[in-house]
Design a protein around this ligand. Structure first.
Ligand code: ZN
Ligand code: ZN
Length: 365
């Protein structure tokens, strides 16, 4: 298209060029390639079948040996939510991808984060994600009419930083198992007549047991740009598509820097697995009901990886509150929150009441 723009583009490692015509190219999720809009050529990004390294937990205490992304990036920090995003210099960052604020400033000091060793590349294209967003938006009820027209439709592709953990869990549990039984009791009613009724009682017996499990790829979001609940809502990720880190996958996208280190990540990972172990042990308690469940879990053979996971995000503020739509960049699974219109809800409730009243009158006649 424009040779002027092409020649003025910064000569950085992050800007890849078409092997056929030399125009700047970015990663195209639908082709899994650096695709050229100029001549139609596409250079496939081969996923090397090398082993993705895993670290034992003790290594989390060490300082990272390999930092950054292996390519020059622009570090941008949002003044509003504090998220730090590293951008391919070719990506224009107007607003913060996480909160929609436009107060985004570049950070001069160099990134000190661990070099990611693996990632799930984007598979869902920008157009597919935008389509999913509009479909989601139009499926909502009782939303303010101006929501759909407002200029909130900027969709950003961002790699989120995660720690993933593998571990063996050995749990010991104790609980009181309750068994129901029925007794016939006699009582006097208000007229003084003797009557009988069956009442339920519970007999409590101590119970205990063990439970073993192996967890693989337990994902822990390692940053602060997004609430954990919305990140979990778009799980699971297809881990079998994991690729060794290659900076070309980042071309055209941003990557959020982690703020939760691997040590803190491991304690959150254990918390998450503890929750699952508790549920599983609870199911093992015999009887009809239970109380005083205590579970002690010991983790062993724990390993971790630093991975980047792809998401499409639409973030915007509406009347001072932040709302977001997220789609898993591999599976397209989406989740979001949008403001309600109380005017529309009240109107609907009033109409419903009116219908009921009229129906009541009609049936009463
Ligand atoms: Zn080309
Ligand atoms: Zn922000």
């Amino acid at each position: 298209m424009d040779s002027a723009k092409e020649s003025s583009a910064p000569e950085t490692g992050a800007q890849y060029r078409c092997s056929s015509c030399g125009a700047p190219v970015t990663f195209d999720p639908s082709q899994q390639a650096l695709a050229c809009e100029h001549c139609g050529n596409s250079d496939a990004v081969k996923i090397p079948l090398e082993e993705i390294p895993e670290h034992c937990i003790a290594e989390a205490l060490r300082r990272p040996e390999r930092k950054g992304y292996d390519i020059p990036v622009r570090r941008m920090r949002c003044q509003s939510c504090g998220a730090t995003v590293d951008l391919d210099p070719g990506v224009v960052a107007g607003k913060c991808a996480f909160c929609g604020a436009s107060a985004v400033a570049s950070v001069e000091e160099e990134s000190r984060v661990w070099r990611p060793e693996s990632l799930l590349p984007f598979k869902v294209s920008r157009d597919e994600a935008a389509h999913a967003y509009h479909k989601w938006l139009s499926s909502l009820w009782f939303r303010p009419g101006d929501l759909k027209d407002s200029a909130i439709n900027e969709i950003s592709g961002v790699y989120l930083p995660y720690w993933t953990f593998d571990a063996r869990a050995d749990s010991w549990w104790t609980a009181d198992a309750g068994y129901h039984y029925y007794e016939t009791v006699t009582y006097k009613d208000s007229q003084g007549n003797t009557k009988t009724r069956r009442e339920r009682r519970t007999r409590w017996e101590p119970a205990s047991g063990r439970h073993y499990d192996e967890y693989r790829n337990v994902p822990i979001y390692a940053s602060q740009g997004l609430p954990v609940s919305i990140c979990r809502a778009i799980e699971p990720y297809p881990w079998e598509n994991m690729a060794a880190y290659d900076p070309r996958f980042l071309s055209g996208f941003g990557a959020e820097e982690y703020v939760v280190d691997a040590v803190e990540g491991w304690s959150r990972g254990q918390e998450r697995m503890n929750g699952w172990e508790r549920e599983k042990c609870s199911r093992l308690v015999p009887g009809d009901t239970q109380r005083n469940l205590r579970v002690v879990t010991r983790f062993s053979e724990a390993k971790f990886r630093h991975v980047l996971l792809p998401v499409w995000i639409v973030a915007y503020s509406y009347k001072g509150k932040t709302y977001r739509f997220l789609a898993n960049g591999q599976t397209g699974k989406a989740s979001g929150k949008a403001p309600y219109s109380w005017v529309k809800i009240s109107a609907t409730v009033l109409i419903a009441i009116l219908v009921l009243v009229l129906l009541g009158l009609y049936l009463g006649m």
